[in-house]
Design a protein around this ligand. Structure first.
Ligand code: ATP
Length: 275
C-alpha cells in the first residue's frame, strides 16, 4: 500500500454497552447492524438498504465510538479515515485514497467505512472557501467519494458512516437518498447521561474503599455541565494519574476534582461553564 498509515482496518471490540446514553442514536444505528448481518432478508423483500448514516453533533460526543460499536455488534471490519487527513495530501492523492479505502472495504464486506470530520472534504462545492489553494483537490476527493457511494449496489454490504459537527455546510449531494440518507443527531449529554458516561469510565478505576462508584458518578456528573464524553474519559484518566503521582493505591474524590479543573482549563470558555 502506498499510504499504509491512512485507513485502518480492524475488528472493533466496542459494543453498544460501551456507549453510554445516546439512546435515540443507538436505536437508529441498530438498523445498520441488522443490514450488515442479514442482508438477504432485505434483498428478498426488495428493500433498498440505506447506504450511509451521518452522525452529526459536537466534538467528543461519541460519534466515532458509536460507529465502532456498530462494527463491533455486527462483528465486521471497520475502515476509518478522517476528512482532515485529505487536506494536506499531494495533488491527486485524495481521490485515490478514497478509491483504495472503498476497494478494501468491499473486498472484506460486510464491512463499515467511517469518515470522521467529513465536513473537511464534504463542504458545499463551488463556493471557494478560504485561501483557494487545494480547493480543486478537495472537490476531486469529494467527487470520488460520491462516485464510490453510488458505485456499490445495496448487495455489497458496505455501510458508510460519517461524523460531522458542521452538518450545515455539507454539500447537498452528500445527503441525497442513496448516500448519507440517514441523519442521526448526537447531542451533548445531559446530567443523567453524564452520570452514565462516568459509570463507563470509572469501571477500570480503583476507587478509595469508602467511595461508591454510583456516588462518584452522580457527584461528578453534577460538577461537569457542558462536558462531553471525551472530557469525561479524560477526567477519569487524569484522576488516576493524579493518584499515581501521589503514589496512592486508590483514587480519591479530590483526584477527580483536581482532574476536572485540569480538563476544564483545557476547554474553550463557554457560558455557564466557568462560573
Ligand atoms: P470528534 O467529533 O472530535 O471526532 P467524536 O464525537 O467522534 O469526536 P469520540 O471520538 O467517539 O467522539 O469520543 C472520544 C472518546 O470519548 C471515546 O473514545 C470515549 O472514550 C469517550 N466518549 C465519548 N462519548 C461517550 C459516550 N457516550 N459513552 C462513553 N464514552 C464516550
Amino acid at each position: 500500500k502506498i499510504f499504509p498509515q491512512g485507513a485502518k482496518d480492524l475488528k472493533s471490540k466496542v459494543k453498544f454497552a460501551d456507549v453510554a446514553g445516546l439512546d435515540q442514536a443507538k436505536a437508529e444505528v441498530v438498523e445498520f447492524v441488522d443490514f450488515l448481518q442479514n442482508p438477504k432478508k432485505y434483498q428478498q423483500l426488495g428493500a433498498r438498504v440505506p447506504r450511509g448514516g451521518l452522525l452529526a453533533g459536537p466534538p467528543g460526543t461519541g460519534k466515532t465510538l458509536l460507529a465502532k460499536a456498530v462494527a463491533g455488534e455486527a462483528d465486521v471490519p471497520f475502515f476509518s479515515i478522517s476528512g482532515s487527513d485529505f487536506i494536506e495530501m499531494f495533488v491527486g492523492v485524495g481521490p485515490s485514497r478514497v478509491r483504495d479505502l472503498f476497494q478494501q472495504a468491499r473486498s472484506q464486506a460486510p464491512s463499515i467505512v467511517f469518515i470522521d470530520e467529513i465536513d473537511a472534504v464534504g463542504r458545499r462545492r463551488g463556493n471557494g472557501g478560504f485561501g483557494g489553494g487545494g480547493n480543486d483537490e478537495r472537490e476531486n476527493t469529494l467527487n470520488q467519494l460520491l462516485v464510490e457511494m453510488d458505485g456499490f449496489s445495496s448487495g455489497t454490504g458496505v455501510v458508510v458512516l460519517a461524523g460531522t459537527n458542521r452538518i450545515d455546510i455539507l454539500d447537498p449531494a452528500l445527503t441525497r437518498p442513496g448516500r448519507f440518507d440517514r441523519q442521526i443527531a448526537i447531542d451533548k449529554p445531559d446530567l443523567a447521561e453524564r452520570e452514565k458516561i462516568f459509570l463507563v469510565h470509572l469501571k477500570p478505576i480503583t476507587l478509595q474503599a469508602d467511595l461508591k462508584v454510583e456516588d462518584v458518578a452522580k457527584r461528578m456528573a453534577s460538577l461537569t455541565p457542558g462536558f462531553v464524553g471525551a472530557d469525561i474519559a479524560n477526567i477519569c484518566n487524569e484522576a488516576a494519574i493524579f493518584a499515581a503521582r501521589r503514589s496512592a493505591e486508590t483514587v480519591e474524590m479530590q483526584d477527580f476534582e483536581r482532574a476536572t479543573e485540569r480538563v476544564l482549563g483545557g476547554l474553550p470558555k463557554q457560558n455557564g461553564l466557568m462560573s
